[in-house]
Design a protein around this ligand. Structure first.
Ligand code: AMP
Length: 428
């Protein structure tokens, strides 16, 4: 297994990575970083959660570090993202990874005032993260200069196309200088993306981390609707009832994983957590004990669970539903290996029903419901015609939204205004 030191990254970046608690590069980082440092174009088939942001942000930062500090500041890197949330997250990652480097970065997206964005652009920035619509707006008004772009990243290309951004992307591509390094990331690779990739990548290297075909037929899946606060009691019941000998419980966060291990312990259930904050030594040890059957349960986050290859896992629990439907397939694919059968439970609270809709759409079937448990919560059942993925935002746990609270409030106010406006119109 490679480590960050061997990838050729500067100490300033290694310090930041270390502070974040990353012990080892994820596969897309281990493969992508050397290629990008080498100046190659890259086509990455990788979904959110694989660590792809660091895979492109670290080499970009490293290259910026090597530039002449006396040269005038220009936008050197442009990252296009389909949604404002993703754009804000990428920008936030640049703050984290670039904390020991003197660089300026900025995120711009629509739905908020353009004034502060224009002011930042005027002061000069190195890295611009943008959604296509607002970028084009500002370009047309002459506020953005893309003549010095050296790196162009098109992130979540499949979502871009789904959201109808193809014409905007083509317009932006037409403005960029010819000599530049290009990166395209997409969770899937339909022919439309392959065509787009061909149109602007040069001799690109490809990294394919798409989920391999996993036969989920042998897995007995079920969903249990439950209040968020009852999940920990429910997991105790289900684990005990099923006499689980080798099971993996998936949580969305590292803290959630730690908390759950403590709660299970109180209920007399032995479990170990593995996630990115644990040292490699601790993770390996936990995995070893699990493999040997000395501890019946692992509590894992998605990123830590990659690479876990344990035979004979009988049960998988989606304690929190993943926000990417593909992760669900990855998770439950940990059981029913080598022709064996397996059981997968999904706990769904009322803020997760949109995720469930997305998962069912991906796997092409409705997951049977277990309704005869003590904590059944009918309100969590998806509404008819509920859209996939759109869930109620929990401001307590969603840091991106917390950071953008003002924008969210503004959006809500403007939504309310629009609603009032249409009501008035109806009344007239
Ligand atoms: P991304 O796929 O870029 O959205 O990253 C998903 C999550 O993985 C983020 O929360 C990152 O902080 C985290 N992450 C990225 N790289 C690593 C790593 N090498 N080790 C542990 N966590 C990581």
């Amino acid at each position: 297994m490679s480590n960050f030191e061997s990838l050729g990254l500067s100490n300033k970046l290694l310090r930041a990575i270390n502070l974040e608690g990353y012990t080892h590069p994820t596969p897309v980082q281990a493969m992508g970083i050397p290629l990008l440092l080498d100046g190659k174009d890259l086509l990455g088939v990788a979904q959110t959660g694989t660590g792809k942001t660091a895979a492109f942000a670290l080499p970009i930062l490293q290259k910026l570090l090597q530039r002449d500090p006396h040269k005038k500041r220009h936008i050197s890197a442009l990252i296009l993202s389909p949604t404002r949330e993703l754009a804000a997250q990428i920008d936030q990652r640049f703050s984290v990874y670039g904390q020991f480097i003197e660089i300026r970065h900025k995120v711009i997206f629509g739905g908020v005032s353009q004034k502060p964005q224009v002011q930042s652009l005027r002061r000069g920035i190195d890295v611009l993260v943008a959604t296509p619509g607002r970028l084009l707006d500002l370009l047309q008004q002459g506020h953005v200069d893309l003549n010095h772009i050296e790196f162009f990243v098109l992130d979540e290309a499949d979502r871009m196309l789904d959201m109808g951004f193809i014409r905007d992307i083509k317009k932006i591509l037409a403005i960029l200088p010819k000599r530049r390094q290009n990166l395209l990331f997409s969770a899937t690779m339909p022919s439309s993306i392959a065509d787009l990739a061909k149109s602007f990548l040069n001799n690109a290297e490809m990294i394919d981390l798409s989920p391999k075909e996993i036969t989920v037929d042998k897995i007995e899946q079920s969903v249990l609707f439950v209040r968020k606060e009852d999940k920990r009691k429910l997991i105790v019941d289900v684990v005990k009832e099923n006499k689980v000998k080798k099971g993996i419980i998936f949580t969305r966060t590292k803290h959630g994983a730690n908390r759950l291990v403590k709660q299970l312990d109180k209920a007399g259930i032995n479990a170990l957590a593995i996630h990115g904050n644990k040292s490699q030594g601790a993770r390996t040890k936990a995995l070893e004990r699990f493999k040997q059957g000395r501890v019946p349960l692992l509590v894992a986050t998605d990123i830590a669970s990659r690479g876990i290859d344990v035979d004979g896992v009988t049960h998988v629990f989606n304690y929190d539903l993943p926000n990417e439907p593909e992760s669900y397939v990855h998770r439950i694919g940990r059981t029913a290996r080598a022709g064996k059968s397996g059981v997968a439970f999904a706990f769904c609270d009322d803020s997760e029903s949109g995720y469930l809709v997305g998962i069912q759409r991906l796997i092409g079937k409705t997951i049977p419901v277990i309704g005869d448990h003590r904590y059944h919560f009918a309100k969590a059942i998806p509404k008819p015609n509920q859209k996939p993925g759109k869930i109620k935002v929990n401001k307590q746990t969603n840091h991106t939204f917390k950071a953008n609270k003002n924008q969210t409030d503004k959006k809500n106010r403007s939504r309310r205004r629009n609603r009032n406006y249409s009501n008035n119109k109806r009344r007239k």
